[in-house]
Design a binder for this molecule. Structure first.
Ligand code: NAD
Length: 257
């Protein structure tokens, strides 16, 4: 499968799943645009190294995915948008009656509304190019719930709904929209939850990984960023041209329970 000549924009891609997806798309030949809101030398170097490693054009564009106009600017500044991976995401864990309103607003903005803005800006470019792929990084929490993650779960269920809607609106065009639903992947987003959970349950961090985090993941293994990236490459392939409006779980059996 060659994605040579395609430009992929991956939101929130200076770490974790986004960076892993960028690597796999670049390995398949796509030119990539990395994004975050930080704009550090390290961000630019990540793009430089990635481009050199895979022999593709890789750029870094700063845009804060909590701001609608910056989401749209990212797509416009990229100049092409054949593959759009909506990946940027944050988490906050608290009971709903103690959930800080500003955290709710930030999670809905970054994990859900950003994908509305990027998709709205990206679809006209896909139509002009006569080909397009929208790949939304949802979550097992887009299909099931857990306590204390009301904003995240609402955003992830929302993005699954948006994926279906975009698929229907583009059904007669050579454009697809799908969501990948990862179970737990060991990235900074998950690692940051471990110390507090260890304190809460009086466990070691290793015990937290095995007994708390992977409790609902029947394989008892974390999914990897390469596996999520490989799934994105598949969704961009010709074999997936009739796959649209659906979710693909990469969750070690979580949603089979
Ligand atoms: P991560 O913390 O490693 O990455 C999050 C990315 O989002 C980073 O690149 C960060 O710079 C970016 N980001 C955060 N706020 C941003 C903003 N305002 N503007 C632009 N970029 C911003 O976490 P991750 O685990 O790689 O998460 C990536 C996506 O995968 C998220 O949508 C997350 O919900 C989803 N996901 C993760 C897991 C998991 O177990 N790690 C499971 C299911 C779904």
């Amino acid at each position: 499968m060659s994605l040579k000549g395609k430009t992929a924009i991956i939101t929130g891609s200076n770490s974790g799943i986004g960076l892993g997806v960028a690597h796999e798309l670049a390995r398949a030949g796509a030119d990539v645009v990395l994004n975050s809101f930080t704009d550090t030398d390290e961000d630019h170097k990540l793009a430089e190294d990635l481009g050199r490693e895979h022999g593709v054009t890789a750029r870094y564009i700063k845009a804060d995915m909590s701001k609608g106009e910056e989401c749209r600017h990212l797509i416009e500044a990229a100049g092409a948008c054949d593959i759009l991976v909506n990946n940027a995401g944050i988490q906050h864990v608290a009971p709903i009656d103690e959930f800080p309103a500003e955290k709710w607003d930030a999670i809905i903005a970054i994990n859900l509304s950003s994908a509305f803005h990027t998709t709205a800006a990206g679809l006209p470019m896909m139509r002009k190019a006569g080909w397009g792929r929208v790949v939304n990084i949802a979550s097992a929490h887009g299909l099931t719930a857990s306590p204390y993650k009301s904003a995240y779960i609402s955003a992830k269920h929302g993005i699954v709904g948006m994926t279906k809607t975009v698929a229907l609106e583009t059904a007669k065009e050579p454009i697809t929209a799908n969501a990948i639903c990862p179970g737990y992947v060991l990235t900074p987003l998950v690692e940051s939850q471990i110390p507090d959970t260890a304190k809460k349950y009086d466990m070691s961090e290793e015990e937290v990984k095995e007994k708390v985090i992977l409790e609902r993941q029947p394989s008892k293994e974390f999914a990897t960023v390469e596996q999520i990236g490989g799934t994105a490459v598949f969704l961009c392939s010709d074999a997936a041209a009739q796959i649209t409006g659906t979710t693909i779980s990469v969750d070690g059996g979580w949603t089979a329970l």
